[in-house]
Design a protein around this ligand. Structure first.
Ligand code: S3P
Length: 427
């Protein structure tokens, strides 16, 4: 579906955005694993999280679902049953990689499939450490889906020195480790999102800027009542819109402020963005608060390497913010962007060029400068929700008659995106 984007002059009002995607996936998984009833309030009812819910239903779990809440009857240790057909992870890398860790420890065979985008994404990064633990996993020739997980004669705990900065890889190994008496250890060099450790209460040791994270059977999840804060990655689109439109004041309530995820706020504040944080508190071990955002005159800053894993999902919308800021926007050390729902470096650069923006592409990033010059452009979203939403915001700010193709992909993380925009628009 092609979506025409209208110019927005000002935003005013408040929103409570849907629950965080990463936490919603984990709350569903941990509830399904626990022995007994759990509840998840304010989960993200989107295609990705519904893929996780669908997989656990196929594994024998009863899940009652409303628009905002879940009641999950967990199966307990060794309680999952062999699915009657393949598990379909849709577009979701988090579903695929995390569930592979759980399935590696089951005594039945499963096959995971996904959509065209997910079927191109690299799975060797989880297959390698899980195979070291003794898991038997077969992938396609290029190391991607479909992926068959075959019962093995037994897993063993490992110490895994993780070379790629990936919370999904870290979580896959730690979740397999939950099935063993002995401690599995993941060594993390760059700080990636820590929801798995936080929600499971895992032991974490910090040393020389690295972290050692431990999991074993004693951390196996128990029934819980999860309350999911609003997704900071979704909030980022609304923050950038409010900062760059005139006479704006926007209140976003209950936003996740976890320190492995709040890099986008820190960077936009350093860029001169007026974002005030109010009413900070904790829920299910996660920090959250309300954000008040005002129109601001932004300037570009240097973005250092250590913060990249913290902002990896926000780079598309951060680049849009950079375009409306004084100076050049430069991002480097972000090669991981090439392995997301699309090759996001290529997707961003090719669309920026279409719009008449100067763009230099690197293997691990890009530089952009200049202004949106061309009108009536059809943006290629590559069926990637964050590319579709980032260029929608650009279109709302420039009003150059921009349209986005395959716009329905926004339902992967925020089906209500345009309705939420309408609520806060003043024209
Ligand atoms: C996620 C981890 C990140 C992120 C993804 C969600 C998670 O991916 O990009 O959207 O929930 O663990 P990587 O683990 O590949 O960095």
């Amino acid at each position: 579906m092609i979506q025409k984007i209208e110019k927005i002059n000002s935003v005013k009002g408040e929103l409570v955005l849907p629950g965080d995607k990463s936490i919603s996936h984990r709350a569903v998984m941990f509830s399904a694993m626990a022995d007994g009833k759990s509840t998840v309030n304010n989960y993200l009812n989107s295609e990705d999280v519904n893929s996780t819910i669908g997989c656990f239903r196929k594994l024998g779990c009863k899940i009652e679902q409303t628009e905002t809440d879940l009641v999950i009857d967990g199966k307990g240790f060794n309680g999952f049953t062999k699915p009657s057909s393949n598990l379909d992870a849709g577009n979701s890398g988090t579903t695929t990689r995390l569930i592979t860790g759980i399935l590696s420890a089951q005594n039945f065979e499963t096959t995971i499939i996904g959509d065209a985008s997910l079927s191109k994404r690299p799975m060797k990064r989880v297959v390698e450490p899980l195979s070291k633990m003794g898991a038997k996993i077969e992938t396609s020739e290029i190391g991607s889906l479909p992926m068959k997980i075959i019962p093995s004669s037994g897993l063993k705990a490992i110490e895994f020195d993780m070379q790629v900065a990936s919370a999904q890889v870290k979580s896959a190994v730690l979740l397999a480790g939950l099935h063993l008496e002995e401690e599995t250890i993941v060594i993390e060099h760059s700080r990636t999102r820590n929801h798995t450790e936080t929600l499971l209460g895992l032991k974490v040791e910090e040393f020389d800027g690295m972290r050692k994270i431990y999991s074993s059977k004693k951390n196996y999840p128990k029934p819980a009542n999860y309350i999911v804060p609003s997704d900071i990655s979704t909030a980022a689109f609304f923050i950038v819109l409010a900062l760059n439109s005139n006479n704006s004041e926007l209140l976003l309530k209950n936003v996740l402020l976890n320190e492995t995820r709040n890099g986008i706020i820190k960077i936009l504040q350093k860029m001169n963005g007026r974002i005030e944080i109010e009413n900070t508190r904790e829920s299910s071990g996660e920090k959250l608060g309300d954000l008040r955002i005002f129109s601001s005159k932004l300037k570009n800053i240097e973005i250092n390497e250590e913060i990249i894993p913290n902002i990896i999902d926000e780079i598309p919308i951060l680049a849009v913010a950079g375009l409306f800021s004084e100076g050049k926007f430069i991002i480097r050390n972000a090669e991981e962007l090439r392995f997301k729902e699309s090759d996001r470096i290529d997707a961003l650069c090719s669309n920026f060029r279409k719009l008449g923006i100067d763009c230099i592409e690197y293997n691990d990033g890009f530089e952009i400068s200049g202004k949106v010059f061309n009108e009536n452009i059809l943006i290629e979203s590559y069926h990637d929700h964050r590319i579709a939403m980032a260029f929608s915001i650009l279109g709302m700010l420039t009003g150059k008659n921009i349209s986005i193709n395959d716009f329905e992909s926004v339902a992967v993380s925020n089906p209500e995106f345009l309705n939420q925009i309408n609520i806060i628009t003043v024209n």
